[in-house]
Design a protein around this ligand. Structure first.
Ligand code: NAD
Length: 325
């Protein structure tokens, strides 16, 4: 039975997983969000049946926010998430994206935005998304994003196919500049607030707060670097960042603690974002990431990790059009 926007109700948290208000949207979103890019084999081959179990386990444990994109696994992540959400769609706040369809494939035109949404809705097996993000807008033409892309997304909102409209990308300053020109409901920024970088806090977070824009922090593990297994081969961070994190991992071994859990806990304590999106595809990851909320890190351990990572703090990499970085 198709669900209309007017009838949408998200049930209250069934457990202790905290929720925060997502800007002025009125959505109450779990502080841990489920990043679905790993379901699309972005970080290695995922087991599809285990992915379904991970999604169900996350919902059962109170995670109500799921983020995906047609770009992740070139539609595979949307397909798999759509399948996993069958029968559970009403329980979640679902975000997908438009404008990015491949490593170098971008199209922020109104026509493609509309077509992209229709395709995403089919894969996600739903007739609306809660949040529709223009994906990695630093690869687009700023004037087009402002004059064509966001208005096209607002039109889809008017039609009831999306509830809220947002932008996503890497450079916090560019995201802020666009949102100054054209109102958006949410901003998703990645790799700019975690153990390796905190510059989301400089101007983007206060700006979002001042405008009532819901701020979403993505990639608390810096796209997989802050893990025991290390980053995937495609990771854009320079070698010195990888080396510093390996040192931190070795230190964590000596203290018998888990760097990923500490890294996620660090993000969850940051009050200026509504949620932190962590990429997951197994129930074990869901379980570990929920336990990061227990916040057991000893202050001296955190201090030592921060010291090890200090030489590479806020290291960035070039991405998008030069004029947008
Ligand atoms: P991440 O920092 O969340 O790292 C994901 C990697 O860490 C995966 O390999 C995952 O298997 C692993 N992992 C997760 N939990 C772990 C644990 N407890 N222990 C060890 N390893 C663990 O990076 P991400 O997935 O890129 O970011 C999270 C989500 O944010 C994405 O899935 C996506 O939904 C969103 N995102 C959006 C954008 C954008 O819109 N431009 C960019 C980046 C991320």
């Amino acid at each position: 039975m198709p669900q209309t926007i007017a009838t949408l109700r998200h049930p209250p948290a069934s457990n202790n997983l905290g929720r925060r208000r997502l800007g002025n949207t009125g959505l109450e979103i779990s502080i841990v969000g489920f990043g679905a890019s790993p379901l699309g084999d972005v970080f290695g081959i995922a087991n599809p049946a285990e992915g379904v179990r991970a999604v169900h386990h996350a919902i059962n444990e109170g995670i109500n926010f799921f983020d995906v994109s047609p770009y992740y696994g070139l539609t595979l992540a949307e397909e798999r998430l759509g399948h996993a959400l069958e029968g559970r769609r009403r329980e979640v706040i679902l975000s997908t994206k438009c404008g990015r369809y491949g490593a170098t494939e971008f199209d922020f035109s109104a026509k493609r935005i509309r077509q992209g949404l229709e395709e995403s809705l089919k894969r996600l097996r739903t007739d609306y998304v809660d949040i529709f993000h223009a994906h990695d807008i630093e690869f687009g033409d700023a004037r087009q994003i402002i004059d064509e892309t966001i208005p096209a997304m607002r039109q889809l909102q008017q039609e009831g196919k999306v509830r809220y409209v947002g932008i996503s990308g890497y450079p916090p300053h560019f995201l802020m500049c666009i949102a100054q020109e054209v109102p958006v409901d949410t901003i998703l920024n990645y790799c700019h607030y975690n153990l390796l970088a905190t510059d989301m806090n400089n101007e983007l977070a206060p700006f979002a707060e001042s405008r009532g824009i819901g701020l979403i922090n993505a990639s608390p593990l810096h796209m997989g670097i802050l893990t025991e297994q290390g980053a995937p081969a495609w990771h854009p961070a320079p070698p010195e960042v990888h080396r510093a994190v390996r040192q931190a991992v070795e230190y964590c071994h000596t203290r018998r603690v888990d760097l990923s859990e500490i890294a996620l806990g660090y993000c969850l304590r940051y009050p200026r974002v509504a949620t932190t999106l962590v990429g997951m595809s197994t129930t074990l990851e869901v379980q570990r990431n929920l336990s990061a909320m227990e916040d057991r890190v000893a202050p001296d351990v955190l201090k030592r990790i921060e010291e090890i990572l200090a030489p590479v703090h806020n290291t960035q990499w070039p991405t998008g059009r030069p004029e947008n970085s």
